[in-house]
Design a protein. Sequence first.
Length: 472
Amino acid sequence: MLFPTATFAIFFMLVLPLSWALMRSGERWRAFIVAASFVFYAGWDWRFCFLLAFSIVFNQALAHAIHARSNPAVRKQLLVVALVGNLGLLGYFKYYDFFVTSSSNLFAVVGVDIPLDAREIILPVGISFFTFMAISYVVDVYRRDFAPTSIGMFAAYLSFFPHLVAGPIVRPGELIPQFAAPRDPRYVDTSRAFFLIATGLFMKVVVANELATGIVDQVFGAPQQHSSLEVLVGVYAYAVQIYADFFGYTNIAIGIALLLGFTFPQNFDAPYAATSITDFWRRWHMTLSRWLRDYLYIPLGGNRGGTLLTYRNLMLTMLIGGLWHGAGWTFVVWGGIHGAALVVERWWRSRPGFVERPWTRGRRAWHRFVTFQVVCFAWIFFRSESFADAWELIERLFTAWGEPSPLVTWGVLAAIGVGLGSQYLPRRLPLALMARFSRLPVPAQACVLAGALLLVSVLGPEGVAPFIYFQF
């Protein structure tokens, strides 16, 4: 069930008033929101509802078992069971075919023929997101940072439909306490919610879809048929497309949750205005970045084991983060590029006598430019279906200048400009617009929102493509 569709609009129009009507009865509300979330998830494939239910029961049982034990060795063993169970399910559905194919190719190189057959397993939508959230719950219970809650509360946390299929990755301590106390509809920031939903729809339906259909799919699908200028613009267009697509989804998800009375953490903070790759990961998919830091980088040792171990931990974190995004070596290379950049930046700042110079306008602009080029170069591997496609596109980027470029239209350039320009808007501007919108009479607010939706409908292409991050 896609957010920007009539089906979801009808679904949400039914869920919203019923949710508020049941809010004061905690158990009834939780039962209702879990049922609604399973209906939402069944819109993709009802069979995977059993997988989601299993994840809820499995992790809740182990969280209570870990919490009830005082023996550190037993608690650690139970944690290992939980991690193996969660990662085993994720590995089977997402990586089985990848590892089978990679193993067969590796054995073939040394002349060993092992009949390992790929199964073409269907990937359950959102499995990476709800698995990471389940792991964070069990690990937080193990660390005694969070006490296990009731099965109904945990089911509502894990299956809550605004974040279910593509995040943001919400920690137990960020959402479960909100479920524990009834919300008051009088204090819902509806103007912010409508603003987030409207901007999210515009970024997804207009900007991301315009770039996908206008140039990105054609350039990455057949780079040999396009000029260097088209390839260059296509790479920049994909950088904007994936940002607009995921940023748009996140805005819609946060806005929907807000209308239901709940606050999600911010997931993006103008990532293409970053002045380094380190800064980029503080701004891009922020809930995943924090998850990788707290549940992978720090457990690996973080920066506590010396310089070389710090570099190793940075690289491993980014390689695993790349593999999390997709079952393919191109994703691993994408993570490796970011990991190598983080290592270089860490080394540069740790040199003897290094002093951070004060920022000037020119120096900041140069750092932003270089960072954006590194990010865009890495996106080539992220978007390409294979290494051959990626290298072909890179080669084409340098060998076909002077040919005509009919795909570089004003519409494409405008969409790229909107996506990149939005990174440099003053932070007070959205707040000022939301404040002005909130002061309008309700009929005027309805007219503004209807006008925005009409504009999205007119400017957006026919049909709505699935969000890019649904495949992860």
